[in-house]
Design a protein around this ligand. Structure first.
Ligand SMILES: [Fe+2]
Ligand SMILES: [Fe+2]
Length: 150
């Protein structure tokens, strides 16, 4: 049986790898590649947030009755990260290396802390409270639309 921890934890790794590639391209001022890689990273992250916000968090909230708990903190952090992504999008479009790298450093710190909280707390808790229903929650997350180019 697949777990939510494995399913979403491995998606964190996918996002991390795209992030590192985009940042490396910006560091080399390889702007065509940076724009393409950043686009992929942004789409992957947006898709990951959508799986959490539209499927996992509501399922967790319904099962535990906790709507003002950890999921609310995670939603707030997603909003902060979306703001940073928007700033990075503008910086990569404008080929502004300093602006991009300043924002990406902040995003990296926030994202690593956020992912650790999910992987150490929220995902294992979700697997526990959802029990056998974890499988159907994972299948529902797999059905969330992905805008990434093939
Ligand atoms: Fe999250
Ligand atoms: Fe996550």
């Amino acid at each position: 049986m697949n777990t939510i921890l494995e399913f979403l934890g491995s998606d964190h790794r996918v996002c991390d790898d795209l992030f590192a590639s985009a940042e490396a391209a910006v560091a080399q001022k390889n702007w065509d590649s940076a724009r393409e890689l950043f686009g992929r990273f942004q789409a992957a992250t947006t898709h990951h947030f959508a799986m959490e916000e539209t499927v996992l968090f509501p399922a967790f909230e319904t099962r535990t009755g906790m709507s003002a708990g950890p999921t609310q903190v995670m939603r707030m952090e997603h909003a902060q990260m979306r703001d940073l992504l928007q700033g990075m999008q503008q910086a990569v479009t404008a080929a502004d290396q300093n602006q991009f790298l300043g924002l990406s450093e902040t995003l990296n710190m926030l994202m690593q802390q956020h992912n650790l909280k999910e992987e150490n707390m929220l995902y294992p808790m979700s697997d526990r409270v959802l029990g056998v229903d974890s499988d159907s929650v994972i299948r529902e997350m797999e059905g969330v639309a992905d805008t990434r180019p093939a």
